[in-house]
Ligand binder design. Structure first.
Ligand code: TXA
Ligand code: MG
Length: 315
């Protein structure tokens, strides 16, 4: 089994030796390694069983570090002043110090400053940035507790830093820049509404193959149980003959064929719903149902990111 603890110095020493450590962030747990060390980064792809064309996010201790690894336009600094540290990732032209394997062979690098005290303390101890995808086997539900990481990657990594349950619960919003606009490649912890205050926003996450983030092209975030998204009442009627597990925004659903029901937020608060989403999906996946039926969220605020994860889980 992999050890779980809160020893930052030990974590730092493992990382300096080219090892991998799972780290807490405000969004989801990350599987971290030295972003400038091609061998460490290769281990990340192997442990996750992730295709090497799917680039990794490079995590930094502060905004000032961004210019070491990328060409940073003025708009990125304006956004960073407001949202970083926080659940937003900037895709920018990379500098040569970043190895090709870290960026999946591409000419851009994704940079993020996580808003989690432990992650920031760890980054401050190191003289290199941390490449960190979500700390789950490729394709499965992202981890929001140290125990989730243990369940998915236990035995494959030396250490899990336990920073408690992730406060946002959904991955960062991944953005790129075009002339006079922000392009959202993955909906996440910073809403499109908040970005619109800075520049016009184009959302590409649901677009045709070739658009969006490379990692978002196929099925992702998927439980093992088949999942269907839509209007809860219609779905429950349609699948009345099957043993179902229900993911509901606010209403507790009961019925003879309902083996489990998770309510994401009794007050329909989409921020709270996002925080509870991945843990709820894991419990539903373990409920022994033939099918998970999930309620489609309203398409505003965090609803956009939740629906994106549900659609991919259903793909
Ligand atoms: O909240 C998060 O972003 C978490 C925590 C650990 O920071 N990390 C995370 O990493 O979700 P990952 O690897 O699971 O998802 C990163 C996404 C992928 O869809 C990847 O394709 C995209 O970001 N991405 C990374 N670098 C990119 C680049 N240069 N261009 C376009 N998309 C990129
Ligand atoms: Mg991921």
């Amino acid at each position: 089994m992999t050890e779980i603890g809160s020893d930052l110095l030990y974590a730092a020493s493992l990382l300096r030796r080219g090892g991998l450590v799972a780290i807490p962030t405000e969004t989801v747990y990350g599987l971290a390694g030295n972003a400038l060390d091609a061998d460490a980064v290769l281990k990340i792809y192997r442990v996750k069983d992730r295709p090497q064309f799917n680039p990794l996010i490079v995590h930094l201790a502060n905004i000032d570090a961004m210019a070491k690894y990328a060409e940073v336009p003025a708009i990125a600094y304006r956004l960073a002043e407001r949202f970083s540290p926080g659940p937003i990732t900037y895709v920018l032209p990379k500098k040569t110090v970043v190895p090709d394997i870290t960026t999946g062979g591409g000419e851009t690098v994704a940079l993020r400053i996580p808003a989690h005290a432990m992650a920031l303390e760890l980054l401050a101890l190191l003289d290199f940035p941390l490449a960190a995808p979500s700390a789950n086997p490729s394709g499965y539900i992202s981890p929001v507790t140290a125990e989730h990481v243990q369940q998915g990657l236990g035995g494959k990594i030396a250490y899990i830093l336990d920073g408690g349950q992730c406060s946002v619960g959904l991955e960062s919003t991944v953005i790129a820049f075009a002339t006079n606009k922000i392009i959202v490649l993955r909906a996440g912890g910073v809403t499109v509404e908040a970005l619109r205050e800075f520049a016009p926003v184009e959302v590409r996450t649901h677009a045709a193959p070739g658009a969006g983030s490379p990692g978002l092209l196929k099925s992702h975030y998927a439980p093992k149980t088949r999942l269907i998204v839509g209007n809860l009442r219609s779905l429950l009627e349609e699948y009345a003959a099957q043993k179902v597990a229900v993911l509901s925004l606010w209403e507790l659903m009961r019925g003879e064929n309902i083996v489990a029901c998770e309510v994401l937020s009794p007050s329909s608060d989409l921020t709270e719903a996002a925080r509870n989403l991945f843990a709820a999906l894991r419990r539903l996946d373990a409920a022994g149902a033939e099918l998970i039926v999930a309620e489609r969220m309203p398409e505003h605020g965090f609803g956009l990111a939740i629906n994106d994860r549900l659609d991919r889980a259903a793909a």
